[in-house]
Design a protein around this ligand. Structure first.
Ligand code: NAD
Ligand code: ZN
Ligand code: ZN
Length: 353
């Protein structure tokens, strides 16, 4: 049996490169040879034991590669095509997908959340030499020749999720927007809010590197929560924003988002929470403020990827400044260390098999 190198999760803080069986294409699926991938904040949750996955799983959900093998029933592709695959791989045919909730794909008649996220969650993921792509017909997005791997790898999850914060929030021309937290996701929300037509984008973080990056991604005002009360500043500047985007996943930022909203405003939440969330009585105007609270899981599928790649081609958005470091797959543990401890001004790390 042919084998490959892959980053395998074994237990809390126990993970690393192992020799594992190489996947073979099955009907409806394809195998790609990974040429570039990265590490997500969610992978940090996994290796730290904060998000449970089963031991033995290959981690990672941000694949760029070349088609190696095509399963029966998949048409319009050939071996050697360069492809980007979203972190979320909808089937395009189930109840959730056909209701427009592609990210919640895959649970038949009953809905259960997060079903569209398979890579590095329920099936082997992308931090490997090869990857089996399920529902290949719906998920292999051909990369135009004029785009490099580095220009597209952050579209699989980071940009797709970040932009969705602004899209789900319904940002309109002229809106005022605040984004709480400027990690890679929040930075892309900042860029997304600007793309959607916001007249003022305010961002909040407490890390100088990220605040500087936020300006480059399009924030008009950056607030350092270590030195000011961000809610008071936002209210002073806007009287209450139209849309507040949560990009961290803790009570404080969720609550701050709510407190920044104008009546009728929208809280668009992207963070992954680990515990009960509370809604303060005044911030929600006793439940009578016409507020909207929406949550979004990263949109996936090949059409989403095609659109995002066109944003890069059309020079509307450049994700490459976020890719600050690079490691070979064999040194992925060092990549996790640098990314996880936020060393050396890191934003995202490229991993090359
Ligand atoms: N919805 C989705 O589909 C989806 C997809 C990917 C990641 N996520 C989640 O999005 C969140 C953000 O991911 P990331 O990789 O950008 O995170 P990250 O950990 O890289 O960045 C978090 C940022 O928050 C800042 N921060 C800390 N405390 C703060 C506070 N009180 N106020 C404002 N900023 C503060 C930090 O300085 C840091 O810059 C995580 O919860 C992640 O799991 C969601
Ligand atoms: Zn992710
Ligand atoms: Zn589906």
């Amino acid at each position: 049996m042919k084998t490959m190198r892959a980053n395998v999760f074994r237990g809390v803080n126990e993970f690393g490169i192992e020799e594992v069986p190489r996947p073979r294409a099955t009907p409806g699926s394809a195998v790609i040879r990974i040429t570039l991938t990265t590490i997500c904040g969610t992978d940090l949750h996994i290796v730290r034991g904060e998000y449970p996955v089963k031991p033995g799983l290959v981690i990672g959900h941000e694949p760029v590669g070349v088609i190696e093998e095509i399963g029966p029933g998949v048409t319009g592709y050939k071996v050697g095509d360069r492809v980007l695959v979203g972190a979320i791989t909808p089937c395009g045919q189930c109840r959730a997908c056909l209701s427009g909730n592609q990210a919640q794909c895959g649970h038949g008649e009953g809905y259960l959340a997060i079903g569209g996220w398979c890579f590095g969650n329920t099936i082997n993921g992308a931090q490997a030499e090869y990857l089996l792509v399920p529902h290949a017909q719906a998920n292999l997005a051909k990369i135009p020749d004029d785009l490099t791997d580095e220009q597209v790898v952050l579209l699989a999850d980071i940009a797709s999720t970040g932009f969705s914060g602004a899209e789900s929030g319904g940002v309109k021309i002229g809106d005022t927007v605040v984004v709480f937290a400027q990690g890679p996701i929040g930075l892309c929300s900042t860029a997304g809010a600007k793309l959607m037509g916001a007249s003022l984008v305010i961002s909040v973080d407490g890390d100088d590197v990220r605040l500087a990056a936020s300006r480059r991604m399009g924030a008009d005002v950056v607030l350092d929560y270590r030195h000011c009360d961000p809610v008071a500043e936002v209210i002073k500047l806007t009287g209450g924003v139209d849309v507040a985007i949560e990009a961290l996943g803790i009570q404080q930022t969720f609550e701050n988002c709510l407190r920044c909203l104008r009546p009728g405003g929208t809280l668009s939440s992207l963070g992954v929470y680990s515990g009960k969330l509370q809604i303060p009585y005044q911030a929600i105007a006793a439940g009578l403020g016409d507020h909207r609270i929406v949550t979004t899981l990263c949109p996936g599928g090949k059409e989403r990827m095609r659109r995002l790649m066109n944003m890069v081609r059309g020079k509307r958005f450049d994700p490459t400044p976020l890719l600050t470091h690079s490691f070979p797959l064999d040194q992925i543990r060092e990549g996790y260390r640098v990314f996880g401890e936020r060393l050396d001004r890191v934003l995202k790390v490229a991993i090359r098999p």
